[in-house]
Design a protein around this ligand. Structure first.
Ligand code: 6CS
Length: 283
């Protein structure tokens, strides 16, 4: 998949140059034209259901890629090709041209909004923690973990939960970077971490699949905001982002947006009740 991404990147550059020489209205239009010629958009995902998922046969699903696939089709880009990335590597990968867009539940926060061109909101969720049954240390917030001198919490590298735990005062050596949901689940089951934190729908998905009566979900994590993601485009690709937003708005209005995301457990109303501007300004 990586090789395909590199070849696509080189081909894309050649097409962009050709299109600009042919008088495309702007570099931005050239980007959409490049994707049309390429036949697909290279998307970054994390493989964290129900946001994003890759099946054993390689099929990509999840609310974020499903919305992106439909919007790109409407823009004349026939498909998406996904690469799995750690959250902390998504923005650098986008900026380095390894992906055309991040569609992974990458929550909008001011520092990220400064680094990428987000679409309008797509998936909103609160935060949760997976703990042993009975929540033996009585965690309700990241602050509770900070106060418990031996407590550890697992979270994705470069992810929102890692940042929230550190900002709540959990020392660096007690915030454990966990590569994926299955590892986090196992680490709680084996007692190697006291809690594993992801958004509510991701933790609920893990809990359902684990079917382990010795686990408990703490949701929402007290004091943690409700976040929303958007599709994240490279700075400079604002015209492509704007074209994406036009189609997203049409799908929100027609009900097609809800039809895609609500079977995964997401609320269309939540995404439609806020804006990129508000989320990027949120403290
Ligand atoms: O945006 C983030 O950083 C978080 N988003 C999701 C969907 N999962 C975990 C990650 O930390």
């Amino acid at each position: 998949m990586k090789k395909l991404g590199i070849l696509a990147g080189v081909a894309g550059l050649a097409v962009s140059t050709m299109l600009l020489a042919s008088g495309a209205r702007s570099a931005d239009d050239a980007k959409l034209e490049q994707l049309k010629q390429q036949g697909f958009a290279r998307v970054a995902i994390a493989n964290e259901p129900p946001y994003t998922a890759v099946a054993a046969d390689g099929k990509v699903s999840g609310a974020a890629p499903d919305v992106a696939r439909e919007i790109f089709k409407r823009l004349g880009v026939n498909d998406i090709v996904a690469s799995i990335s750690e959250y902390g590597a998504m923005i650098p990968g986008l900026q380095a041209g390894r992906f055309d867009v991040v569609t992974a539940g990458l929550f909008m926060k001011p520092e990220r909004c400064a680094a990428v061109a987000y679409s309008e909101p797509v998936l909103c969720d609160a935060e949760a923690m997976l703990v042993k049954k009975g929540n033996p240390k009585g965690f309700k917030s990241y602050e509770d973990i900070a106060k418990e001198s031996s407590a550890t919490v697992g979270a994705p590298g470069g992810g929102t939960e890692e940042k929230l735990a550190l900002n709540a005062g959990v020392p660096r050596d007690r915030v454990i970077v966990v590569p994926d949901g299955q590892s986090g689940l196992k680490m709680v089951q084996d007692g190697r971490i006291d809690a594993y934190s992801l958004p509510v729908l991701s933790i609920n998905d893990l809990m359902k699949k684990a079917n382990d009566p010795n686990l408990e979900v703490i949701a929402p994590v007290q004091g943690a905001p409700v976040y929303c993601d958007g599709a994240a485009f490279k700075k400079g690709d604002e015209a492509l982002r704007d074209a994406y937003d036009v189609e997203l708005a049409k799908m929100k209005k027609s009900g097609e947006f809800a039809k895609i995301i609500e079977p995964y457990g997401f609320s269309a109303k939540a995404a439609m009740s806020t804006t990129r501007e508000k989320l990027c300004a949120a403290k």
